[in-house]
Design a protein around this ligand. Structure first.
Ligand SMILES: C[S@@+](CC[C@H](N)C(=O)[O-])C[C@H]1O[C@@H](n2cnc3c(N)ncnc32)[C@H](O)[C@@H]1O
Length: 257
């Protein structure tokens, strides 16, 4: 089951807010070279590119479906291409990534790789969801461990690779990043009901579960999931909190002790 831009953008306003917060950390200079890792539909990459002066920006993403949307956002200074984060090499003044690295494993190796993509004196800025303990996410893992899904999935459950926030600070320091940013923010959303929470995760976290199940089991999984969420949020509106971790800094070359 590929990424579905329509499903993802059902909660566009809520999903776009963290990117604005991430961009607020950018140290702006003219003529920046920038890469947006996991640019999705490219709409946010374009917003960022428009806020930078005379800069050259590239967005990369591994999803063909998401990249199809980027044609509407390309400009002379902004291009897009299909590539996985793991395949990227080169160096940029600004390496930015919003809501992507939770899909890339082994952050102990990933963070030095991301830093290696930043020119000396350049900036790395990353935002990852860190909401795994919320019932919206925990229920998915719980249901995947129940039958008949457990057998159909061969016991597979996706454990988020996202680390505790202080681990990012330590990894960045070790990789020679200074002026380190490591902050968490809880976004507070009001959704109409528990089914809306299911619609939210259906655009992201549920994808790898559903793509491993038959159409019949997909429906049964979704039904059990909605029922489970209703036990947490029996009536609407739902106060839905979403924790996100921001980290990054300036590549200085020297770890501090
Ligand atoms: C939640 S969306 C975020 C998109 C965009 N950054 C935004 O904030 O709207 C996650 C994106 O990461 C992409 N993605 C996931 N794993 C990836 C990887 N290993 N390499 C490149 N892109 C990846 C998906 O295709 C998807 O477009």
């Amino acid at each position: 089951m590929p990424w579905d831009p329509d499903q993802y953008l059902k909660f566009k306003e809520q999903r776009f807010a963290p990117f604005a917060d991430l961009c607020a950390f950018i140290t702006k200079r003219d003529h920046l070279s920038v890469i947006d890792l996991g640019c999705g539909t490219g709409e946010l990459t374009r917003r960022m590119a428009d806020s930078l002066t005379a800069s050259s920006v590239i967005g990369i993403d591994s999803s063909e479906r998401m990249l199809e949307q980027t044609a509407a956002f390309a400009t002379d200074g902004l291009s897009f291409s299909r590539r996985a984060v793991e395949e990227v090499n080169g160096s940029w003044d600004l390496v930015i990534s919003n809501a992507v690295m939770q899909w890339v494993d082994d952050h102990n190796s990933l963070i030095p790789h991301l830093v290696s993509l930043v020119k000396p004196g350049g900036q790395l800025l990353v935002q990852v969801p860190s909401n795994e303990q919320n019932p919206s996410h925990a229920s998915i893992r719980d249901i995947a461990a129940e039958e008949p899904f457990c057998s159909a999935l061969n016991g597979w459950v996706r454990i988020s690779p996202v680390l505790e926030i202080d681990a990012y600070a330590a990894l960045l320091n070790r990789a020679g990043v200074g002026d380190i940013i490591a902050v968490e923010k809880i976004y507070c959303h009001q959704l109409p009901d528990a089914d809306a929470v299911a619609e939210w995760t259906r655009g992201t976290t549920l994808i790898p579960y559903l793509e491993r199940l038959s159409p019949e089991l997909q429906e049964r999984f979704l039904t059990r999931y909605r029922d489970r969420l209703r036990t947490y949020w029996p009536t609407g509106p739902v106060f839905y909190t979403f924790r996100r971790t921001f980290f990054g800094g300036i590549r200085s070359g020297k770890p501090c002790r």
